[in-house]
Design a binder for this molecule. Sequence first.
Ligand SMILES: Cc1cc2nc3c(=O)[nH]c(=O)nc-3n(C[C@H](O)[C@H](O)[C@H](O)COP(=O)(O)O)c2cc1C
Length: 400
Amino acid sequence: MGKPKVVLGVSGGIAAYKACELLRRLTESGHDVRVVPTDSALHFVGAATWSALSGNPVSTEVWDGVHEVPHVRIGQEADLVVVAPATADMLAKAAHGLADDLLTNTLLTARCPVVFAPAMHTEMWEHPATQENVATLRRRGALVIDPAVGRLTGVDTGKGRLPDPAEIFEVCRRVLARGTAGPDLAGRHVVVSAGGTREPLDPVRFLGNRSSGKQGYALARTAAARGARVTLIEANTGLPDPAGVDVVRVGTAVQLREAVLKAAPDADVVVMAAAVADFRPETYATGKIKKKDGQDPEPIVLVRNPDILAEIAADRPRPEQLVVGFAAETDDVLANGRAKLARKGCDLLVVNEVGERKTFGSEENEAVVLGADGSETAVPYGPKEALADTVWDLVAHRLG
Ligand SMILES: Cc1cc2nc3c(=O)[nH]c(=O)nc-3n(C[C@H](O)[C@H](O)[C@H](O)COP(=O)(O)O)c2cc1C
């Protein structure tokens, strides 16, 4: 089998230079990349750069190499088309089926998955014209990644920034891996919690846990690549924001509860992958707790934290909302998992065995997904994104 063929469309936004990194990642991971810039894109990064980095010829128009009929062939042969950055103008042209250069022709002839990574000023992004174009493209099956919030051209800040190229690459990788399966979670809002809460004792100390957040991030990334609108509530992970995902940062279990309750009302699914502390110190010392000569330390008194999983499973804002929990167990893994599923009242429970070198922080996981309907789905040892995909498969099936 030859290398997967990727068309990297680049339109004329200031973020065009970031597409060079995306191109690098795609070529270095074994993809045959054909860059199709627009004329405007070449004002930002020249054809020589695209050609040298991709190892392929570069043209913006349909009149070069006409004997090879590039305006049809490039799109037809592609396994994936990704447009990054996608300008407001490019989204409009794509939504309306214009075909006045090589990239817009390619978009009309491609029958493979198409990903747009828009980048523009907030006003352009929020304009009803752009939003309607985005909705049209999504309705037709394209994956349009929401821009990130941050520094824009000049001194402005807001929504409209191109997500990190490494994260756009992750989306491309996942979309390619799913082949023609398409964005089956399009139109769905999913809330995922990730990481581990920290319960402060004093300004410098906390009670925490070993959760890295990688499984929750894999769930968020995978859902976004399957077209879902994703709210990721993260506690103390330090991981980079996935492309197109709305990230809410929290520290403690109480903060995590507030964030989940705020995001849950219009969610189709809530997945609680975060390791939430069962207990927190009863008191918080506003000054650093110090050693005192000749005195034993004060004992730490713990109080219970709210049981967020049980609460959201019991008080669903929409009866059809699905709730997925995680159970990290060190012994009697399945028996404890079944008991927890019944106790918490969730629809699915992902049960995995944890230990110092197991699961936490690693890139791999092995689990059994228990269903309230009595189903049991074993997920063999493998990448956390494979477990994430199994969870979304089970969710998609239940959502119908
Ligand atoms: C310095 C500069 C930066 C620009 N950045 C963006 C941008 O980030 N996003 C956008 O949609 N348009 C941006 N534009 C406007 C586009 O270049 C313009 O709409 C152009 O017609 C897009 O053509 P294309 O979609 O064929 O590439 C920028 C223009 C200039 C001069």
